[in-house]
Design a binder for this molecule. Structure first.
Ligand SMILES: [Mg+2]
Length: 370
C-alpha cells in the first residue's frame, strides 16, 4: 500500500453555549475558530482522515500539501516509524514544534485511520485495546457565564450524566479571587461526588497560581491544568510542591522531548499528550509509554475527543476524555452520527480505524477558503 495524495482544507463552525443566547463563532475564542482537515489517499482505495486545531491554520494546510506530500508520497502508510523518521530528517531536523507538529499530527491521524481500516481494527485496538470505552468529562465553565449561570450549567451537565466537570480560570476580571469564588460556586452546586477540574490555559504567573491553589485547597480539585505561563516546567514543579492539588499539562507540546521535560522535572501528576498537536498517535503513544514507566496517568486536555478517545481507551494508563463543547460541535458538523458519551462514558465505535464517517455536506458547509 502506498500514500498517493494528501488533501488539506480549512474549516470553521459555530457553537451554542448552554444558557447563553445565540451562537459563538469558532469554539469560544476568536483565535481558535479555524481547524484543519486532511484526507490521505492510498493506491489501494483506502482513505484516512486527520484533523488538527487552530493555531496558524493556514500554514498547516500549506505545510501538508506543499512540504509533507512530496516527502511521504509512495511510502507505505503503515510504516509509521519510517515516515516520522523521514519527516524529522527532511522537514524538522532541528526538532521545532508548532506548524510542523500540527501538520504531522493531522497526517499521522489519517495514517492510523488507514491502518485500522486495512487491518479491520479500531485505532484503540491497534494501540493495545486496554478497554473498549473511556470516561469523559465536560468542559463547561465558559468565561461568559456569571456565577449563577455557572452553577446552573454545572447542575445541567450532571443531570445529563457527567460526573466530572472542567471550568476555565484566569480569565475573570476579578483575578484569582473571582476564580476561587467561581470554583466554590461549582462545588456547592454539584456536591462532593463530582470531579471538578480547572484550566488556566497557561495564563497565570507563579504567584497568582499559588494564591488560587491556597484559596481552593479544600475544594477537592481533581486537577489544575496548565496553570502557568509557557508551561514552564521548573515553575510547575515548584508549584506542584506547594499544593495538594494535582497538576496536569502537555496538551500543546509538539513532540516527546517537550513532554519528557514535564515528566523529568516532576512538573505534573498527569501528562496530557494530545494526538492532534504532539505528532499524532505515533508520538503521543511514546509520551504515554514514558508516563507508564513513572506510574502516571494520561488524560485528554486540549479537546478533540473523537481522536483522543482512542488513546484513553487503548492504553493501560489512559484515563479520561475531554468532552469540549466547542470541539464536539465540530465533530457533529463533519461526521455522521459521531460517538457521544452516555452516562459520562464514550464507547469506541466498532467500525475500523477512527470509526468515523465523514459527512460530505458538513465538510463542504464548514469549509473556508485558505
Ligand atoms: Mg487545556
Amino acid at each position: 500500500m502506498k500514500i498517493k495524495d494528501i488533501r488539506a482544507s480549512l474549516h470553521t463552525t459555530s457553537i451554542e453555549i448552554p444558557l447563553l443566547e445565540g451562537r459563538v463563532s469558532g469554539y469560544g475564542r476568536e483565535e481558535q475558530k479555524l481547524f484543519v482537515v486532511c484526507e490521505v489517499e492510498t493506491d489501494e482505495g483506502i482513505t484516512g482522515i486527520g484533523l488538527t486545531g487552530h493555531f496558524l491554520a493556514h500554514s498547516v494546510v500549506a505545510a501538508l500539501e506543499k512540504h509533507f506530500l512530496p516527502v511521504v508520497r509512495d511510502m507505505d502508510p503503515r510504516d509509521l516509524e519510517a515516515i516520522h523518521q523521514r519527516v524529522f530528517a527532511k522537514l524538522n531536523p532541528r526538532a521545532m514544534t508548532g506548524t510542523v507538529s500540527m501538520a504531522l499530527s493531522c497526517l499521522d491521524i489519517a495514517l492510523w485511520d488507514i491502518q485500522g481500516k486495512h487491518a479491520g481494527r479500531s485505532v484503540a485496538q491497534l494501540l493495545g485495546a486496554a478497554r473498549d470505552h473511556a470516561p469523559a468529562y465536560v468542559t463547561f465553565g465558559f468565561p461568559q457565564y456569571d456565577r449563577e449561570q455557572l452553577a446552573e450549567a454545572a447542575r445541567l451537565h450532571v443531570r445529563n450524566g457527567f460526573s466530572a466537570l472542567k471550568s476555565v480560570v484566569a480569565v475573570d476580571k476579578g483575578g484569582w479571587r473571582e476564580d476561587a469564588a467561581r470554583v466554590r460556586v461549582i462545588r456547592e452546586a454539584v456536591g462532593d461526588d463530582v470531579d471538578i477540574m480547572i484550566d488556566a490555559n497557561y495564563l497565570f504567573n507563579p504567584v497568582e497560581a499559588k494564591m488560587l491553589c491556597r484559596a481552593i485547597e479544600d475544594c477537592n480539585i481533581t486537577w489544575f491544568e496548565e496553570p502557568l505561563q509557557q508551561n514552564d516546567a521548573r515553575a510547575l514543579a515548584d508549584l506542584r510542591r506547594s499544593t495538594r492539588i494535582p497538576l496536569a499539562a502537555g496538551q500543546m507540546e509538539g513532540h516527546r522531548w517537550r513532554l519528557r521535560e514535564l515528566v523529568e522535572k516532576q512538573a505534573v501528576d498527569i501528562l496530557q499528550p494530545n494526538v492532534t498537536y504532539c505528532g499524532g498517535y505515533t508520538e503521543a503513544r511514546k509520551a504515554a509509554h514514558l508516563a507508564q514507566t513513572y506510574n502516571m496517568p494520561i488524560a485528554n486536555g486540549g479537546g478533540w475527543p473523537l481522536f483522543n478517545m482512542h488513546m484513553m481507551a487503548g492504553l493501560m494508563n489512559g484515563w479520561i476524555v475531554e468532552w469540549h463543547l466547542g470541539m464536539v460541535s465540530v465533530g457533529e458538523s463533519i461526521f455522521v452520527d459521531p460517538p457521544r458519551p452516555e452516562n459520562g462514558v464514550i464507547r469506541i465505535p466498532d467500525a475500523p480505524g477512527l470509526g468515523l464517517t465523514v459527512d460530505r455536506d458538513g465538510l463542504k458547509e464548514t469549509r473556508v477558503e485558505g
